[in-house]
Design a protein around this ligand. Structure first.
Ligand SMILES: [Fe+2]
Length: 471
């Protein structure tokens, strides 16, 4: 039977190895980050005539003058069982607070010129976008174009990205060209702002693909495509996978424990920990099988989020927006409103967000009554983003329909303070004198406000609300 095997292999090679020595036109330009200031990862795709080799170059020409791209960097490329070649080139030693213009490709085929702006040195604030369950619908495209107006420094995407596999995990080989379509549709945003991903169930295709498209098309700075972390200004970001083994004792679980332990010991430098993955530990949208709170995932990993005081967890999978109170094992740790005059202050447990409203579809399966841990939920298309300083996070859900704010909340923190882990005996946790002093100092540090009047108003309202809570 050996000769049959040999004939099959030669047939395969004959079919797919018609090597085109000419470069293909660059497309699907997208940025990602190592987290290191002064670095940017530039990626793009070329559609080749073969699945086995990539003749197109990996060059980025760039500079601070649109008409003089005087710097050049080379990178590498990879392919999977598809004709799209992904090129990855790392730029280093970029100046802060600078607009860089760039084009990608090489001799014979250059892209048009794109641009991105680096973050200024020691910024007062950064702006992070977060969406999941995106796809290629008109609603998805509206989300992308609305996000372009937010001056985002980074976008995190907790999975179900293009829906190339269409039918869902393991239900047949999808259409890989949907990945190309998606990455071209979102290019206007991804070419100017780095994106970082976590794998969703729709990133897994039937064999022989598996997660190949996800792994091939997107950079991440970890040893592993499915769980990795990076520091980005004030925030330690952790991307994990709800699609791989996460049970205690698994490689992923052990890695997460070590990573969060290190991050929690490094709060002085990176005061916030934000985790993201696809399936939600908390969701009250149970529309259809396999939706709602992912109980097994929660039972396996929520303890780590609590032990190391992860501030925010951002999920997708359910196609709506939802935000919990700070919660652990379904117990609410603080029922502050989260408004500017009543922010969550070291709440002691993680606030969970479901951001699956980016465009694929909406789910109308909100459970009634609304669980006590659910602070806000809405079935509308839109996007989320948050502004982070060293001491505050201000999170917003924006509706696509009229760009109004559907939900907004504030968390405050104080660098160097002990993390509050006491379990209060009711949902209105008490604040002692030491904490009162700290929160006043905290509010004085809110440099994102910019106007002394606002600082005075915030300090007054915070002291007033503390006194009310004491009564
Ligand atoms: Fe999903």
């Amino acid at each position: 039977m050996k000769w049959i095997k040999l004939i099959s292999i030669f047939t395969f090679i004959a079919l797919f190895s018609t090597v085109n020595s000419e470069a293909a036109e660059p497309e699907q330009v997208h940025l990602s980050t190592t987290g290191i200031p002064g670095e940017m990862i530039v990626q793009w795709g070329t559609e080749e005539d073969t699945m086995v080799s990539c003749p197109s170059d990996n060059i980025v020409e760039y500079g601070t003058d649109n008409d003089n791209l005087n710097l050049s960097e080379n990178g590498n490329s990879n392919m999977y069982l598809w004709t799209t070649c992904t090129h990855t080139t790392q730029l280093q030693n970029l100046n802060p607070n600078t607009t860089y213009y760039y084009r990608v490709g090489g001799e014979g085929e250059w892209s048009s010129v794109y641009s991105f702006k680096t973050i200024k040195e020691n910024p007062d604030k950064i702006i992070i976008g977060a969406i999941a369950d995106h796809g290629t619908s008109s609603n998805a495209q509206e989300t992308t174009s609305n996000m372009e107006n937010e001056n985002l420094d980074l976008v995190i995407h907790p999975g179900d990205i293009s829906y190339a596999n269409g039918a869902g995990s393991g239900n047949g080989v999808g259409d890989q060209s949907v990945w190309d379509e998606y990455q071209n549709q979102i290019e206007s945003l991804t070419s100017e702002c780095p994106h970082m991903y976590a794998p969703g169930n729709h990133e897994e295709d039937a064999e022989p693909y598996g997660f190949d498209a996800y792994e091939s098309r997107f950079f991440n700075p970890g040893q592993n495509s499915f769980w990795y972390s990076f520091d980005f200004e004030f925030i330690h970001f952790v991307s994990i996978s709800s699609e791989h083994d996460y049970e205690p004792g698994s490689t992923q679980h052990t890695w997460l424990r070590n990573d969060l332990e290190d991050a929690n010991n490094n709060r002085e430098k990176y005061p916030w920990i934000v985790i993201f993955a696809h399936r939600p530990m908390y969701s009250s949208n149970g529309d259809g099988d396999g939706h709602g709170s992912e109980i097994e995932f929660r039972e396996a990993m929520e303890g780590l989020l609590f032990d190391y005081q992860v501030d925010l967890a951002i999920w997708g999978h359910d196609h709506h927006y939802e935000r919990t109170y700070p919660v652990f094992e379904e117990n609410v740790y603080s029922n502050n409103s989260g408004n500017l005059d009543d922010p969550f202050y070291k709440p002691g447990a993680t606030i969970h967000i479901v951001a699956g409203m980016a465009g694929r579809s909406t789910y109308d399966g909100l459970e009634e009554p609304q669980p006590l841990w659910s602070a806000y939920r809405e079935v509308s298309y839109g996007y989320t983003f948050f502004e982070a300083t060293k001491t505050t996070i201000n999170y917003k859900f924006i509706r696509n329909s009229d760009l109004s704010v559907g939900d907004e909340f504030w968390i405050t923190n104080t660098i160097g303070s002990e993390i509050h882990t006491e379990i209060p005996d009711n949902t209105n946790h008490s604040i002692n004198d030491t904490q009162e002093k700290t929160i006043i100092e905290q509010i004085k540090e809110l440099n994102y406000i910019g106007t002394p009047l606002t600082v005075i108003i915030m300090a007054t309202t915070a002291i007033f609300s503390l006194k009310l809570r004491k009564k």
